[in-house]
Design a protein around this ligand. Structure first.
Ligand SMILES: *Cc1c(COP(=O)(O)O)cnc(C)c1O
Length: 428
């Protein structure tokens, strides 16, 4: 693409296949966003399917066999199949995610089960399906696995989740590697060593490795180096064949942010692993870095309210049920008008949703071109991870549809919810 000035939407935040159409409108995967909005309605998640595939391949190249897509970032059967087809394993963190991955046809041995409080039912479903790995998080879980084993004799391969005592600088809600964490066996308090001893002696599990996940939206690959260094003496002492360093590499959400690529993250980890003399097979579990930047969310503007001298509120037909990240973490996003992708964004408005809450803000300082009117489409890039998957049905707004686009064609992978869906579980 050429002809963009500095003030235009930062094109690197758009999906790889983004291009400007003959009328100055945005195309993704060769599809005009306005046509997609017309056909599938709004709000609408539009994923660049080729980008999802290329990020999965990049992860496999960077980490090799065993690298898993963290499905909590975004999951549906099409996504599960896509990640599987591109050679990734799937990391699931609940019985529900396990169910979707299995129903997509992903072989159980390519699935890894996580969770800090897995139920008997979740453990049993995973064990009887024959998942590849269960990442054991606590002594209570070891108790539970032993009880279940006594009943059926099934022996799953497990990793132990270790909390390395590394504070990756990210939002405290997504920081998970510090000693004060609900996750895993603390390295510094000696729980990690006790857990290894216990798992090795237990007939209920086959201990094959260790796991650590230091957090999410981590911008500095060096924190992974610190985690590897912190873990190395213990990993080497245990001499287990596998080590997963979890997920967590960050992505850029707003102009000017810089994040390492999956490839760069992989090389930093590989160098640290070599320097520390770790011989275990090292893998990872990226979620956000696979899915986030592949999607944009398209909304329709319904109301524009100017408060003189204060600000202009632009209300769209979605809200924090399709993207809770701004409300949860104060996250920023960019905005653009799909009909005028190259227009300089000279005005600042507040993009809000339609929920009965003042905290229902999608973009607090949204830059838009002049001339935005009711009926316009407005879109936010980098919404492919932890948006729809973290969403809710608050105000009983039906959840948006999801389309995958590629080579000029769109396919619906999750249809929009209907009012009937809202009654599907209501048995009163
Ligand atoms: C959330 C999570 C991931 C994925 O994190 P991203 O930031 O999306 O890459 C991987 N592993 C575990 C254990 C997680 O909890």
């Amino acid at each position: 693409m050429t002809g963009h000035s500095e003030h235009v939407l930062p094109i690197e935040l758009l999906p790889d296949s983004a291009e400007v159409g003959s009328d100055g409108q945005l195309l993704i995967g060769g599809c005009d966003l306005a046509d997609l909005a017309e056909q599938y309605g709004t709000p609408l998640f539009v994923y660049d399917e080729d980008q999802l595939r290329s990020r999965c391949r990049e992860a496999v190249d960077a980490f090799g066999d065993g690298v898993a897509y963290a499905t909590k970032a975004f999951l549906c059967r099409a996504m599960a199949r896509l990640a599987h087809e591109e050679g990734m394993h799937l990391d699931v963190a609940s019985g529900g995610e396990l169910h979707v991955a299995l129903s997509a046809g992903v072989p159980a041995e390519r699935i890894v089960l996580h969770g800090n409080n897995k139920s008997d039912d979740e453990l049993n479903r995973a064990r009887s399906a024959g998942v590849g790995r269960i990442v054991v998080d606590s002594f209570d879980e070891l108790d539970r696995l032993e009880r279940l084993h006594a009943a059926d004799g099934v022996v799953p391969k497990v990793l132990l989740r270790i909390t390395p005592g590394v504070e990756a600088h990210t939002h405290e809600f997504v920081m998970t590697g510090q000693d004060d964490s609900k996750f895993g066996f603390g390295l510094n308090v000696g729980d990690a060593a006790r857990a290894v001893e216990r798992a090795q002696a237990s007939p209920a599990v086959e201990l094959v490795g260790l796991h650590a996940h230091i957090g999410s939206q981590v911008f500095v690959a060096g924190f992974f180096e610190q985690a590897v260094e912190a873990l190395a003496p213990f990993v080497n002492e245990c001499g287990l064949p596998e080590l997963s360093i979890g997920g967590g590499i960050g992505v850029a959400y707003v102009e000017g942010e810089q994040a390492p690529s999956i490839t760069e993250w992989g090389s930093v980890v590989r160098r640290a692993v070599e320097a520390a003399g770790i011989t275990a097979r090292v893998s990872a579990e990226p979620g956000r870095s696979i899915a986030a930047a592949a999607a944009v969310t398209v909304y329709r503007v319904g109301t524009v309210k100017e408060v003189p001298g204060i600000r202009t509120f632009v209300a769209c037909d979605g809200g924090f049920i399709d993207n809770p990240r701004p409300a949860l973490y104060g996250s920023g996003y960019e905005t653009f008008l799909p009909r005028a992708i190259t227009a300089p964004r000279t005005e600042t408005v507040r993009l809000v949703g339609k929920h009965c809450e003042s905290g229902d803000i999608l973009v607090a300082e949204a830059r838009v071109p002049e001339g935005l009117v009711v009926g316009d489409l407005i879109a936010t890039p980098v919404t492919g991870a932890y948006g729809r998957s973290m969403g809710s049905n608050y105000n009983l707004l039906p959840r948006p549809a999801v389309v995958f686009v590629s080579g000029g064609r769109a396919r619906l992978v999750i249809r929009r919810e209907t009012d009937e869906d809202l009654l599907a579980t209501d048995v009163g």
